[in-house]
Design a protein around this ligand. Structure first.
Ligand SMILES: Cc1cc2nc3c(=O)[nH]c(=O)nc-3n(C[C@H](O)[C@H](O)[C@H](O)COP(=O)(O)OP(=O)(O)OC[C@H]3O[C@@H](n4cnc5c(N)ncnc54)[C@H](O)[C@@H]3O)c2cc1C
Length: 286
């Protein structure tokens, strides 16, 4: 097995594209090394992206935030401006693993591992985040929800690397939140995860909303019907009931030892309602 640590994205993409055997990108390694040590994968090439220029940077730009692919959860949690603008995204990323895992794990790795239960992904989808992808054929930008296509599978082509995740600039009176249900207090896989992002007008009426669910389908699911139930309302009981029902209706979960199908469907509605109320408070609403 070869280990490479290139300093440019172009070099990294070329190495990955040229490799005839199994090649993997290494960001934090918190998923990859577990799969390697347990024998699930036997890579011929590992390309570590932490040495790439800009991969560890969080940039505040005129249009939002650009988060390099190797930025760890701990670094996200220490960035005051990012936390203020996108508290839900940061809290979702900071739920991943433990202190040790936080020092390494990345949102891009969480996205590319393509687990239906990945914690940062529903929050990123609710935030309308985009992934900037660099590959042998150049650069493209896609909505994060287009990256995972099934458990453990992504839409990335051979040689493609996520360079950064871009979060849009927020209008005033905006807020977001992420909540998950797990059987333990920490260090567990989400049974259901919900990300909500919304914007209010001066009277407290929801003008924009996005709601995304994790762990209730083969990929994280954006739920436009749930957003529609909130938009144009002050999030009264009827609106929240309609949103919760839309979330439950969007679920097609599995039964497993962490939760039954029926339980997941019910909890999706309950958590969505709670996350929406937190997001509204953060947006300056009552
Ligand atoms: C003890 C423990 C607890 C955990 N708890 C949680 C949890 O609570 N919630 C949760 O969601 N996850 C959890 N995880 C899983 C893991 O920590 C996360 O999925 C993490 O975000 C992965 O990021 P990483 O940078 O370590 O990815 P890596 O392991 O480096 O990579 C993961 C996959 O993505 C690919 N990849 C990485 N970066 C890129 C890129 N820039 N472009 C293209 N492909 C890329 C890799 O090739 C690999 O296939 C846990 C893991 C452990 C070991």
């Amino acid at each position: 097995m070869r280990y490479e640590r290139p300093t440019t994205l172009k070099a990294a993409a070329q190495m990955l594209a040229k490799e005839k055997g199994q090649a993997f990108i290494l960001a934090g390694g918190t998923d990859l090394l577990v799969r390697l040590r347990t024998g699930f994968i036997e890579p011929d090439l590992i390309v570590d992206i932490k040495g790439i220029n800009g991969s560890k940077a969080i940039q505040k730009t005129a249009t939002g935030f650009k988060i390099g692919a190797a930025v760890s959860g701990a670094e996200l949690g220490e960035h005051a401006a990012l936390k203020k603008a996108w508290p839900g995204v940061v809290e979702a990323a900071n739920l991943i693993g433990s202190k040790q895992v936080q020092g390494r794990c990345t949102m891009s790795g969480n996205l590319c591992n393509a687990s239906p239960a990945a914690d940062s992904v529903p929050a990123l989808v609710a935030a309308a985040a985009k992934a900037v992808i660099v590959g042998p054929k150049g650069k493209r930008t896609v909505a994060v929800e287009e990256i995972p296509v099934g458990p453990g599978k992504t839409s990335l082509k051979k040689g493609e690397i996520i360079e950064s995740i871009v979060l849009p600039k927020r209008p005033p009176k905006s807020g977001d939140a992420y909540l998950r249900f797990i059987p333990r207090t920490e260090m567990d896989i989400a049974v259901v995860g919900v990300g909500v992002s919304l914007t209010l007008d001066g009277k407290g009426v929801v003008t924009k909303a996005r709601v995304a669910l994790g762990a209730v389908a083969p990929t994280v699911r954006l739920v436009p019907a749930a957003a529609k139930a909130l938009i144009g309302t002050k999030m009264d009981k009827a609106a929240l009931d309609a949103m919760a029902a839309a979330c439950s209706a969007a679920c097609s979960p599995i039964d497993d030892k962490r939760g039954t199908r029926d339980f997941r469907i019910k909890v999706a509605g309950v958590l969505a309602r709670r996350a929406a109320v937190i997001a509204r408070k953060r947006a300056g609403g009552k």
